[in-house]
Design a protein around this ligand. Structure first.
Ligand SMILES: C[S@@+](CC[C@H](N)C(=O)[O-])C[C@H]1O[C@@H](n2cnc3c(N)ncnc32)[C@H](O)[C@@H]1O
Length: 281
């Protein structure tokens, strides 16, 4: 019996995320992901949104887009997931356990099998497809300007993010959203020389504000887009001709996707309260 059939028998229509590193993102960001779907649904008469995500892992973000479509778009829309589901960390510069464990999970196909199961739990009105391949090969094959929302969350080193963002930007429709994860600091907030010198590592501690961040994401977002709207590490901008505009999520409903384990929802609510208290929403 294949791994996928076994998962189907054991879990039926229940998505699986409560394993180690099942959810990688800070949980509050899933609320902002649904927020950008709400934002587009409020502004577009056509509610049939086409969503592309680059970097899916077990599918926590993909199921979040789907829940956004269910809540705000009458459960109609499409989600395309691009991921290689292959080890991707350069082991010479990424020796920590977290990187070894992620690569091992990808190498065994365990992540891919659970992703397939998780996607199979979505309502049939939501069209889903996944393309298993490197983003640098797959994105240039997609039709320019055909996605309402493109989310970039694959390899976080500078050389990868800059290429993903350039390729992704072309795919966004006029008025659509380009967004991404793990922008813990923007370039104007950190030590720029340090960020540039450490662009090819996944994670580092900024000496100026003494906070952990992904230097590659910070530098690539600044170079390809400039300053962006950012909430708890999730960022988004709206395409307006040749420019990228700010968006406001101040009026979005504060809801968390049903597949998030309940302990993470508590964490997310506390984080959201901090974001509001700092006036960042
Ligand atoms: C941070 S995880 C994505 C997390 C996911 N968005 C979520 O919220 O659960 C990064 C994913 O990007 C994929 N990835 C890394 N480099 C890639 C590349 N060059 N092309 C395609 N996928 C890649 C990895 O296989 C991994 O699944």
């Amino acid at each position: 019996m294949s791994a996928r059939s076994l998962l189907k028998q054991l879990f039926q229509k229940q998505p699986i995320f409560d394993m180690h590193r099942g959810v990688l993102c800070a949980p509050v960001r899933y609320c902002f992901m649904m927020g950008v779907v709400w934002y587009l649904a409020e502004r577009r008469s056509c509610k049939n949104l086409n969503i592309l995500e680059v970097g899916s892992w077990y599918g926590a973000s993909a199921l979040t887009w789907a829940e956004g479509l269910v809540r705000y778009c009458e459960a109609v829309g499409s989600i395309t997931c691009v991921d290689a589901w292959q080890p991707f960390f350069d082991e010479r510069s990424h020796e920590k356990d977290v990187y070894r464990e992620m690569d091992a999970a990808l190498a065994s196909d365990g992540v891919y099998d659970v992703f397939l199961h998780n996607l199979s739990t979505l309502p049939a009105t939501i069209e889903t497809q996944h393309i298993r391949g490197k983003s640098r090969t797959v994105l240039p094959m997609l039709r320019p300007g055909c996605f309402d929302l493109v989310f970039v969350d694959a390899n976080h080193v500078y050389s990868a993010v800059v290429e993903d963002l350039r390729n992704a930007a072309i795919l966004v429709k006029e008025g659509g959203i380009l967004c991404g994860d793990d922008l813990n600091l923007q370039l104007h907030q950190c030590d720029e020389a340090f960020a540039r010198a450490h662009g090819e590592v996944d994670y580092a501690r900024d000496p100026k504000v003494s906070r952990g961040f992904h230097p590659g994401v910070t530098v690539a977002v600044a170079e390809v887009i400039g300053r962006v709207c950012e909430w708890g590490g999730f960022w988004a901008v709206r395409k307006a001709g040749e420019c990228w505009e700010s968006i406001s999520l101040g009026a979005m409903p504060e809801v968390y996707p049903a597949h998030l384990p309940s302990s993470l929802v508590e964490d997310a609510r506390a984080h959201m309260a901090d974001i509001r208290a700092r006036g960042e929403l």
